[in-house]
Ligand binder design. Sequence first.
Ligand code: MG
Length: 426
Amino acid sequence: MQLPQIETGSALAACDITGLEEFVADRAIEHGTAAGNETAVKDETSEPLPRGVAVAGDAGSALTRRAHTEPPHAYRTPFARDGARILHARAFRRLAGKTQVFTRLPGDPLSDHFRSRLTHTLEVTQISRTLAGALGLNLELAEALALVHDIGHPPYGHAGEKALDEALNAHGLRFDHNLHALRIVTWFEERYPAFRGLNLTLGVREGIIKHSRDYAAGAHPELREYFLDEFPPLEAQLIDLADEIAYLTADLDDGLDSGILTVEQVRESVPLFRGFHDAARSAYPAAAPRLAVYDALRRMLNVFVSDLLAEVRRRIRALGATTLEEVRHAPARLAALSAETEAVRASAKRFLYANFYNSPQMDEVHLHGARVVKQVFSTLMTEPRLMPEDHQAQIESQGLARTVTDYIAGMTDAFIEQMWERCKAG
Ligand code: MG
């Protein structure tokens, strides 16, 4: 997850829910008021998009090109192979030990059911598959992009990323997790005797960089092969929304589970939740309270996904787009929520910022994570020999600060904690 980059000062706006009541009431009708009937929603959103807007996935297509030519596989498409390469990468497995929202510090009580960056990634992948499948897009490309979307994240989530960027800034450089993800798949992963990196297709590499933001061509000449003056295909555009939808509902779940958020608080500030929660409680008055919470969250997720499908279709229709080129040159990104659902999403996100991400309990862990990252960075800058030899060998071509950053970015929370202990002892 890329933690949303909004100012915390606007947190009080979470309470500004004027006009949402009607929206919620409408959604409660559309998506059912009793468990199990949301599948009754069947409208034009279940129709696939024009075939030509999807990325072509056959071995001869432009976006399946690889830096090192490889013979096509007998029965797997290039994007399916990329998904598998990502799944088998060491950096992917390390996501299991990286913070999504909660960091488990040594001595913390067990909390195995909170999302890690790996389980978050799998939730994004599931939503992305649903979206791409319903729209008739390239499902294998969407899946590969979802699997890889957070592979460049350092330890300690957003706090770790910010600390690493600040440490690197002092050396005139920046840390960006999307660009770092590209470094991982094009260089750091070593699994093939013939080349470094995973030799992923152009379509997956473009999506890694551009799924969540656009990069100015002038500022990034090194990225010129990735069509920087064009929007990415819909398969990539959807990943950012799938990410938002996944973590919004998951973080309400984990926030409630942790006790940092209370059901009353969420009901008060997230009217969409309240509408579905009321419906679940009245349909199943004898059910355990947490089951009504799960039901409400599940229906919220369904509202966001259904709205996104409808809005993508609406925008494609309005533009009359029938080709990928038209998607790339559209006046704006075509994957988006409708204005009213976007307002609901943004309001819920502000609530999470004010009451969860920036809660005193979380602040303490963020400060700890930032301190550890900066101290380990500073120690490695003065004693690069503490890094493994293959990392030390990068110093000559990459420079010391970038090499130290690359090494730290790859660490899990537990690994950097151990490194920090060693730094303190040394
Ligand atoms: Mg993510």
